[in-house]
Design a protein. Structure first.
Length: 305
């Protein structure tokens, strides 16, 4: 089982009740789920969700044989449907979303997420649905590719990279992560590099292929209906695009609707739905040394009110 990021702060943030109902919206390889389950007694329950069939299949028998645990294959963007089908909307004591790509997805070359491991250029979190990155790159218009790399990768060399990709595909299909990484590297000026030049482009394409930011926005909106009063929402993000969405959602949900702000009487549907809990939490130097993936992790916590 891989090392879960910010485990201590997550368990503290969820404020676990031993007999409570919890949802791990991003099961991954089950590190957070195992720890949450360990904090529950016989009356507690944990529902885990993951869109990656390999993640669901990886759930250990130690977890799946536990009557308190259920793992569901599906997108966390369908959170309210999944929880509603079990009659639990408005009854959840804690919801965890650990965003981004999991360590096993990065480590397995055939998944096509990593520019450090040569493999098929896929990038789909659910390989059974959607379009693989290689197929998409063959047909996407240069202006759209430029826009996506700029928007989702915050890459200032987006125009050069998009042009290089389009030029290359005219001669041969771009089918592997190694090919794409090489094309991007050749397009990014050497003097501007602080890390691997393909980092931002791979992030951008992955976010687009999986609609990750749209999925996040949908799940956050549904969290209000899923959580019961006093229930906690914990979200771990790994880059500024995700973190901005989480920060803005929690901030807006913790205020009255703008048209009623500062007024003595606010109709119930326009009152704050969340209260912010503490400030953003980052990994300690010790955790980063033990698990480099924790370096960019940011945890934000809110409580349903």
């Amino acid at each position: 089982m891989h090392v879960p990021v910010l485990l201590g702060p997550v368990l503290e943030g969820l404020d676990i009740k031993a007999d409570g109902l919890y949802v791990d919206g991003t099961f991954g390889r089950g590190g957070h789920s195992a720890a949450i389950l360990n904090a529950l007694d016989a009356g507690g329950r944990l529902i885990a969700i993951d869109r990656d069939p390999q993640a669901v299949a990886s759930a250990s028998t130690m977890l799946t044989d536990d009557p308190r645990f259920e793992v569901v294959g599906g997108e966390f963007a369908k959170l309210a449907t999944i929880i509603g089908e079990r009659g639990q909307n408005g009854k959840v004591d804690g919801l965890l979303l650990d965003l981004g790509v999991s360590s096993p997805q990065l480590d397995e070359a055939e998944r096509g997420f990593s520019f450090l491991r040569n493999g098929p250029l896929d990038m789909r979190m659910d390989p059974d649905s959607g379009i693989a990155a290689a197929e998409w790159l063959q047909t996407v218009e240069e202006k759209d590719l430029r826009s996506i790399i700029r928007k989702f990768g915050e890459e200032r060399h987006a125009a050069r990279i998009a042009r290089a990709v389009v030029t290359k595909r005219e001669h041969a299909a771009i089918e592997t992560t190694g090919q794409l990484a090489e094309i991007v590297s050749s397009a990014v000026p050497a003097h501007t590099r602080k890390r691997h030049p393909a980092t931002k482009t791979f992030q951008a394409i992955r976010l687009f292929i999986n609609n990750e930011l749209g999925q996040l926005e949908a799940a956050l909106a549904q969290s209000i209906d899923v959580l019961q009063l006093g229930g906690r929402l914990c979200v771990i993000s790994f880059h500024s695009l995700e973190d901005r969405i989480v920060k803005r959602f929690m901030r807006d949900a913790s205020r009255e609707a703008e048209q009623y702000r500062g007024m003595p009487e606010v109709p119930e549907e326009f009152r704050p739905k969340l209260a912010l809990v503490g400030k953003v939490i980052s990994a300690t130097a010790e955790e980063i040394q033990a698990n480099v993936r924790a370096r960019s992790a940011r945890l934000r916590i809110a409580e349903r009110i």
